[in-house]
Ligand binder design. Structure first.
Ligand code: TRP
Length: 372
C-alpha cells in the first residue's frame, strides 16, 4: 500500500471516537508533565484576524493559553493573516484587526516577555517552509482532510483555492517553524495537527537531518482544552463573529447588558440546568458558571423562580465583573498604539530569528547549502 493511502487513513482516524479518546487521555498526561517540568515544552497557537475576539474565544482558548504561559511554557502566538484569505477574497481592514488581536492578547494576560506574538506574513522564512512541505503531501490526502472539507462547505459555492487546499500545510509551517511540540487546540483542528505530524515524519524520512540523531522537526502534540464545551451565541446557535451573536472582549458593560437582555431563552419560568432539553438557558448558566467559577446547576437552583429575567440579570453582573479588569487594561492599551506596535515589532523580530535558524536546519538537511 502506498504511503499516501496510509496518511489519508491516519487523517480520517484523527477524528474517530477512539482516537479522540486517546488524544484526551494523552492531554491529561501532558498536563501532568507540564506541572512537573514546563521547560520541555514549546507551544504554538494562533488566530485568524477576521474580527474581534469574543468571550467564546476567551473561555475556549485564551484563558488556557495564559494558564499555560503562566505555568512556564515558552509560547508563540501567530496572528495568521494569510489564513484570512483561505475562505474569502479580500483581507478587509487587516491592520486594525491585527492590532486589535495584539490588544486582546495583552489585555487577557499574555506577556510579551514570555510570549512571542507575531504576524504570519512578517516572517519570510516561516513561509518558505511551505515549499519543501508541499513536496511531502499529495492533493488527494489534502482533499480528504476533514477540516479542509468543512471549511470548503462553509464557503458555499466557492471553488477551492490552492490556499484553502493547502491549509493543513501552511498550518504545519506555523507550528514547525519554531519546533513547537505542543499545540492547544479544539477538536476541529485535530486533522491539521495530524497532518503536521505526518509532514514532520516524512521530512525526516525523505530529507534527513541537519545533525545525526535528531530529526529537524518534533512530532507536535495536541493539547485539548480542558472542559472545552462549546459556548453558544446569544441566539442559541454557534457563537460566531459573522453571526453577530457574540459578546466581544472590547465591548462595554452597557453593551454587554443589552446583548444579554436580547438573548434567547424559553417559555418555562423555573430555571433548570438541562443542556439537552433547554440548550439556550443552559448556555447562559454555563457562561455564568465560567464567569464566577461556580457550578451551573447550583446557579440554576439559586435562580429557580427568578426566571429568564433573573438569569440574565445574574449573568450580566457576573460577566461584567469578570471582564472589568480585562476591559480596563484593554482601554489603557488602546490608548497607547505605539506600545502595541512595539510589541508586534519585537515579536516579529524574534519569530524571524527562530524561523531563520529553522530554515538553516532545513537547508542543511536537504543539502542546499551553497556557501562554497
Ligand atoms: N487555523 C486557526 C484558526 O482558524 C488559527 C491558526 C493558524 C493556528 N495557525 C495555527 C492554530 C497554528 C494552531 C496552530 O483558529
Amino acid at each position: 500500500m502506498s504511503e499516501q493511502v496510509d496518511a489519508g487513513e491516519v487523517l480520517a482516524e484523527a477524528t474517530s471516537d477512539a482516537s479522540l479518546r486517546r488524544t484526551e487521555a494523552r492531554s491529561v498526561e501532558i498536563e501532568e508533565q507540564i506541572a512537573k517540568d514546563a521547560s520541555q515544552f514549546r507551544m504554538l497557537t494562533g488566530d485568524r484576524p477576521t474580527g474581534h475576539l469574543h468571550i467564546g474565544h476567551y473561555f475556549g482558548s485564551l484563558a488556557n493559553r495564559v494558564r499555560l504561559q503562566d505555568a512556564g511554557i515558552e509560547t508563540f502566538v501567530v496572528i495568521a493573516d494569510y489564513q484570512v484569505i483561505t475562505d474569502r477574497d479580500v483581507t478587509g481592514p487587516i491592520r486594525e484587526r491585527v492590532l486589535s488581536l495584539v490588544t486582546d492578547y495583552l489585555a487577557v494576560g499574555l506577556d510579551p516577555a514570555r510570549t512571542t506574538i507575531f504576524s504570519h506574513s512578517s516572517v519570510p522564512a516561516l513561509n518558505q517552509l511551505l515549499l519543501p512541505f508541499l513536496a511531502l503531501v499529495t492533493d488527494s490526502e489534502l482533499r480528504r482532510n476533514p477540516t479542509v472539507k468543512t471549511e470548503l462547505e462553509a464557503t458555499g459555492d466557492r471553488p477551492m483555492s490552492g490556499l484553502l487546499l493547502t491549509y493543513p500545510v501552511h498550518q504545519a509551517a506555523d507550528i514547525l517553524f519554531c519546533k513547537a511540540n505542543l499545540v492547544p487546540v479544539g477538536k476541529d483542528q485535530l486533522p491539521h495537527l495530524e497532518q503536521t505530524r505526518v509532514i514532520a515524519r516524512r521530512f525526516d524520512e525523505r530529507f534527513g537531518r541537519a545533525v545525526p540523531d535528531q530529526p529537524v522537526f518534533p512530532r507536535a502534540e495536541a493539547l485539548l482544552s480542558r472542559g472545552g464545551s462549546l459556548i453558544l451565541g446569544m441566539d442559541g446557535t454557534k457563537m460566531s463573529k459573522s453571526k453577530g451573536n457574540t459578546i466581544e472582549l472590547r465591548m462595554t458593560a452597557d453593551e454587554t447588558a443589552k446583548i444579554i437582555k436580547r438573548a434567547v431563552t424559553d417559555s418555562e419560568r423555573f430555571i433548570t440546568y438541562d443542556p439537552v432539553g433547554r440548550p439556550e438557558v443552559a448556555n447562559l448558566l454555563t457562561l455564568a458558571g465560567l464567569c464566577t467559577d461556580r457550578d451551573p446547576v447550583a446557579i440554576a437552583e439559586e435562580i429557580g423562580n427568578g426566571g429568564g429575567g433573573g438569569l440574565k440579570k445574574l449573568l450580566t453582573e457576573a460577566m461584567n465583573e469578570k471582564f472589568a479588569p480585562i476591559r480596563a487594561r484593554r482601554a489603557e492599551l488602546e490608548a497607547d498604539p505605539g506600545f502595541l506596535h512595539g510589541v508586534l515589532a519585537e515579536g516579529n523580530a524574534r519569530a524571524n530569528e527562530v524561523a531563520d535558524a529553522t530554515l538553516d536546519d532545513v537547508r542543511a538537511a536537504m543539502g542546499m547549502v551553497y556557501d562554497f
